[in-house]
Every structure is written in C-alpha cells, then in structure tokens.
Design a binder for this molecule. Sequence first.
Ligand code: HEM
Length: 493
Amino acid sequence: MATISTKDYLLDQAKRRFTPSFNNFPGMGALERKLLRTDFPQKVLAEPPAGSGLKPVMGDSGLPVLGHLVEMFRGGPEYLMHIYKTKGPIYYADSPALPAVAALGPDAAQAIYGNRNKDFSQEGWIPVIGPFFHRGLMLLDFEEHMFHRRIMQEAFVRTRLVGYTEQVDTVASKVVANDWVANDPRFLLYPAMKQMTLDIASMVFMGHEPGTDHELVTKVNNAFTTVVRAGNAIIRTGVPPFTWWRGLQARKVLEDYFAERVEERRGAEGSDLLTVLCQTEDEDGNKFSNEDIVNHMIFTMMAAHDTSTSTATTMSYFLAANPEWQERCRDESDRLGDGPVDVESLEKLESLDLVMNESMRLVTPVQWAMRRAVRDTELLGYHIPKGTNVIAYPGLNHRLPEFWTDPMTFDPERFAEPRNEHKQHRFAFTPFGGGSHKCIGMMFGQLEVKVIMHRLLRKYRLELAHPGREQTWDYGGMPVPMDGMPIVLRPLR
Ligand code: HEM
C-alpha cells in the first residue's frame, strides 16, 4: 500500500501556504471587502447609434492595472452575484488585463451560446489561452469550426466511447487500488485525481499502456501541465523565466511529440483518441491534416483533463460531506459489483448522475464562456460595439435563486422528477456550454467521472479530514480547492 512521505507533505503544505496569490497574500481579504463597498466612477462602453433605441453598457475600471482581478479570483461566482444584484445583467469591467462585458443570467447566456446572427466569435478565448491552444476546436469559428467539428464528432460516437470507457476503467481501477493512500488525513484528493486523469489521458488519448514509456510519458505530462498552468499566468509575457514563456516552450515539446506520433499512427490500428483522429473522416471523406491533429490533440487533452479532475474532486467532497448520498450512490455501485463496467452498466448509476449535476452546479468547472463581438450588435437591448469581449457566466447562473431552491444547499434531488429545477430555462444549467460549441466530450467526460467514482465508492468510505471546516476554492482559472482537498479513504473490506 502506498504511503505519504512526511517531507513531501510538509513541502507541499508550505508551498500551498506561501506561494503568493490573490487568495493567500496577507491583507487580500480586507482589500476585497473594501473593493466590494467601493463605488468606482462609472463610464460608458460606447454610445449607441442615434435612433437605435439601444441602451449604453455602463461599467467601471476597478483598480489601476488589476481592474477587478482581486474580487474575481477570490469571490468567483459570488462576486458576479454582487454585480448582478447591484448593476444588472450587462456590465462592463474595463481593465488592461482583459476588458470585457459581463453577460449575466440565462437570457444573456442564451443569446451568446445560441449566437443566432453569428455576432459572437470564439476569439474571446484568445487573450486567455490562445497562444497555447492555437487552432484547438473551441478556438475555431463558424464554417471552419463546423467543418472540423464534423470530423472530430466521429471520434466521440457511441462505438468509440465503448473502447475509451474500457481503457478508463483499466487505469482507474489500478490507481485507486494501488496508488492511493488509505487511513491518512494527509492524503490530498485533488492532486491525486489530477495525476490519475493524466494517467487516463496517456492511455485513452495517446495509447500508452500504464507503466510503459515511463520517461516519455512523464516528459509529455510535465509539458502538458506547464501549458495548462500558463493560461492562468499573471505576468502574461513570453520572456524567460516567466510562466507564460514556460508555457510556450512546453507547447513546442507537445507539438514535436504529437507530430512524431501522428506519422506513426497514420494507417495503424488502435482505439486511442490519437489513432482514431488519424483515421476519422466525415461523410464526404474529409480528414484532418497532420497539423490539425496536433492542434486538436493538445487542446482536447486540456479540455478533458482539468474539467474531469474538478468534477470528480468536487463530487468526492460532497459525498464525503453528505454520507446519506454516499450510501445511496454506493448501493447502486454495489449492485454493479467489481466486474468490468461498460456504457450500459454505468447508466444504472442514476444517483451518481444527480450528484454529478449538483456538484457541477455548485462548483462549475468552466465558469465562463468567452466571446468577442465580430460586428456592432445588441445584447438584451444594450449596444455592444465590434471587438468587445463578452463573457457569459454559467457559474453564476447555477446559483440564481429565481431558478434554484436554496441555491447554496447540496440537494441533488432538484435534478430529479418532479422538481426538475434545471428545466425551467434552457440556459439555466449549462456546465457543458450550449449551441454549436457545446462540449464534444460531454458523454465521454460523464462516463470517465462515473467510472472513477464507482471504483472509489466500491473500495473506500470517503470522510472529510477536517469536518466542519469551510471548503474554499481558488477561482483564478478552473475552481481549485485551496487546501488540495484532504479526504480520508477508509477501506471497506
Ligand atoms: C466534466 C467534464 C467537462 C466539462 C465540465 C466540460 C465543459 C466544456 C464547456 C463548458 C465547453 C464549451 C466552452 C465554450 O462554449 O466556449 C466545452 C467544450 C469542449 N470540450 Fe468539454 N468539458 C468536459 C469534458 C471534456 C472531455 C472529456 C473532452 C474530450 C475528451 C472535452 C472536449 C471539449 C472540446 C473539444 C470542446 C470544444 C467544442 C467546440 O468548440 O466545438 N471536454 N467543454
């Protein structure tokens, strides 16, 4: 059985406490409270055209240089709730880092995701992740996006999911049983889950059998982790030794790795995503070029990795905090037993579906949908000039009291008959986005998380290491538990 080294544990704790961030720097809490009480001078984004009947978008610049980063990184959806209540659904936050209009509430989300007149482009994502995820599917627009999406869709049809699920199960069963540490309150679930989803990706996406190609897999995984982290860099410049620069170097490592593997996998047999992307074509016989595959692989790994890590970590937390739900989910898992799982058997884990929805509602992995107006347009009666960044916030919409009873309470039944709270508005619940860019890996992601949770629930009872302590999240990128999420795994047998 694996154990935890005291030295590594203490180093990790020190790093968590002393790496400066908006969330742990002394005085940041007081600054945040002060900023929330401050009435910054109001400004108009742009005057609407005469006679248009449109309203101007109002806003402010927040602090010099930082804009509203402090409130956003610390409060996340709570800060947006404050904006929604005090300023309304459309508000301009100017800042040198990312000037943008916040489009709050499900009506605004519908206009942006639905994108009826193709007014909003995915270019809104470029300032955040553009250099690292160049020409990933989510960064393509309109006809070109549809062309690529049609080909990629073939890699996510049900028959392909059957193969991926089998591979996920191979890795998850092994890691949960052999690598995770039982009966130790120092065990941090979040980094362990992150490592496991990376191990899963190495097999399912790149075809590396667990335990093989160790050096290469480690190099690729490290490069991948660096690229993902770079998107959250505060100093956003390609100058050594900053995080942004390291991200660009790591992107090169990934490009070289995938370029070589594509050559190797063209025409080869295999059920991993890379080999599948080398083979897939749409009904008209269109295929991806080598360069397309490299770009799609790098983006897809990112899109799959932190999102499923976040979802499985949050679910584990809520199950540990709500033992009655843990028992209910375990009962269903016990009925499946320890045999191999497949797409059909996983469908029987219905309570786990409710818990997954409720966990993604309360801690939404992708908090934002970033877009940019390609022409002058309107949004809920407000004038939006060409070139404006516009951001919809599912993370806020998932907490609006007009749709959700007692929104901050963990209550998975709200997603079941007869309550169906999520069905009151088509865009009230959008953890996987909506419209033409809706998550292409939604089914796969749900299956992956269910396999992980099923294996975990069969093997351990989950207990909070510090019951009663308030769980806090860093909202700088995807929500990350600030303490690494200590959970005690009590072996059941
Ligand atoms: C629980 C897990 C996941 C969540 C919460 C999630 C969430 C999302 C969201 C919100 C979007 C839309 C972003 C936007 O509108 O700008 C998206 C897009 C995307 N996701 Fe996921 N995702 C998850 C898992 C996955 C997995 C497992 C994969 C791949 C295997 C994946 C691949 C993608 C891709 C390629 C896109 C871009 C789609 C397009 O632009 O057409 N995701 N995801």
